[in-house]
Write a protein that binds this ligand. Structure first.
Ligand SMILES: [Zn+2]
Length: 430
């Protein structure tokens, strides 16, 4: 069968188990990688000449918030976490109607495609979960996600309780913030999660999610796990993103609580994990939970601890997350990898410091592993989906260079990206 697409004369970073780099061609048939080789490339319906540029697997952003894209202008001042969450994030999204959600999703889609991010896990929320407004915003987001061609996982966040300790911060937050917009009755939250699962189509998946475990009762968490298990989807939440957040309001460790409620398994993605202890990490690793490391947003939010090293040392799969546009304005995976290297050197937690090349793996195959999707995406190997990024490496900033992974993280610029495919279909070209 003649391939639909052949990309020839490329330096191919396979990101396979041996991290093989070969100079040659990749063939794509019906969205799947069906040939990789050196020497003469086969005939194909379409041929792309890479001119010796780098071809690598699409980036994976394992934790992001598409709805925050409209808020990214003008947040140069330092803020406390709750001032940011209630004032900046919710102060923005609570006013959204469907058209605003579509615009936020469209900006996110454009940013991701030009940054070479082919898969994103989008912790989605505009507040008032289950309301007609939230449903219309979600439907509009899914329409944009489908049209974008990206592999987009939408995970609507639902919550049904607020910690007592938050009362002073909730009271201090200025309008248009409303504390009642953060939560819904348990049954309504679960109904919204269940209805949301029916919106999956094309390359858009829908997962279940809660915003923070301390904002969810046991009944809600158990219900979300059951919904996900029945639908065969993943689950995601922010987890242990602060010292208080590592412990539930009852005093139980948050990780132990999620394990007790059936939330932790392969296909569960926990964002941040900046404040786990060794017992937490043993549970996470043993249950196959993936981690979302968000270096830029953590630093911008004032966080002083990079959990990358200790999570890797514990055997947890760690992907990178571009997180919020109000905390990470450029949605640029090259910048994210570079920030993650710097954060690890300045504030790293593990026994060894990560290399630049390690970060390239976290942005690709390890991100896929964190999502439980490494069988389908994350590397250029026969049988995997053809999610590909082609780089122009002609610029002077590429010289001299040694291995391509280190060069991408430390020398490349986001606008070196020349073309991006998902399932072999073009989603960006310049
Ligand atoms: Zn987040």
């Amino acid at each position: 069968m003649t391939p639909d697409l052949v990309i020839d004369d490329a330096v191919i970073m396979t990101m396979d188990a041996g991290r093989a780099v070969i100079h040659g061609w990749v063939a794509v048939t019906a969205g799947v990688i069906t040939g990789i080789g050196e020497g003469l490339a086969p005939d194909a319906a379409e041929r792309v000449d890479a001119h010796g540029g780098i071809l690598h697997p699409g980036y994976v952003s394992v934790h992001q918030h598409s709805m925050d894209a409209l808020g990214r202008a003008g947040h140069g001042d330092a803020q406390e976490f709750f001032g940011w969450l209630f004032g900046t994030y919710y102060g923005g999204v609570l006013g959204y109607q469907a058209g605003d959600a579509a615009r936020a999703a469209s900006l996110t889609a454009a940013d991701l495609a030009r940054a070479g991010v082919t898969t994103v896990l989008d912790c989605w929320g505009v507040g008032d979960a289950g309301s007609p407004r939230a449903r219309a915003c979600l439907a509009a987001t899914v329409d944009v996600a489908v049209a974008s061609g990206l592999r987009w996982i939408v995970a609507p966040m639902v919550s049904d309780r607020l910690p007592d300790a938050w009362e002073p911060m909730l009271a201090a937050a200025p309008a248009p913030f409303r504390a009642d917009a953060l939560i819904a009755p348990t049954a309504a939250a679960l109904a919204f999660a269940a209805q949301s699962l029916t919106l999956a189509r094309g390359r858009v998946e829908v997962w279940t999610s809660t915003e923070l475990p301390e904002m969810a009762t046991d009944a809600l968490l158990r219900g979300l796990a059951e919904l996900a298990d029945r639908a065969g989807t993943g689950i995601t939440t922010h987890l242990c993103a602060s010292e208080p957040g590592a412990v539930d309001v009852t005093g139980e460790r948050a990780v132990a609580r999620l394990a007790r409620l059936g939330m932790l398994r392969a296909g569960t993605v926990a964002a941040h994990l900046t404040h786990t202890d060794a017992a937490d990490r043993r549970i996470l690793a043993a249950s196959g939970v993936g981690a979302g490391h968000c270096a830029s947003s953590t630093m911008f939010g004032g966080g002083g601890r990079s959990p990358l090293g200790e999570l890797v040392a514990a055997g947890v799969a760690v992907g990178l997350g571009l997180d919020n546009a109000t905390l990470n304005t450029t949605a640029d995976m090259v910048g994210e990898m570079r920030h993650a290297v710097m954060f690890d050197r300045a504030a790293g937690s593990g026994p060894v410091r990560a290399t630049a090349a390690d970060l390239f793996a976290h942005a690709t195959i390890e991100g896929a592993r964190a999502l439980g999707m490494a069988g389908r995406i994350g590397s250029i190997e026969l049988g995997k989906r053809a999610d590909l990024v082609l780089l122009d490496t002609a610029g002077s900033h590429w010289e001299p260079r040694r291995d391509p992974a280190t060069a991408i993280v430390l020398q490349s610029r986001a606008d070196d990206i020349r073309a991006v495919w998902v399932d072999g279909e073009p989603v960006y070209a310049r």
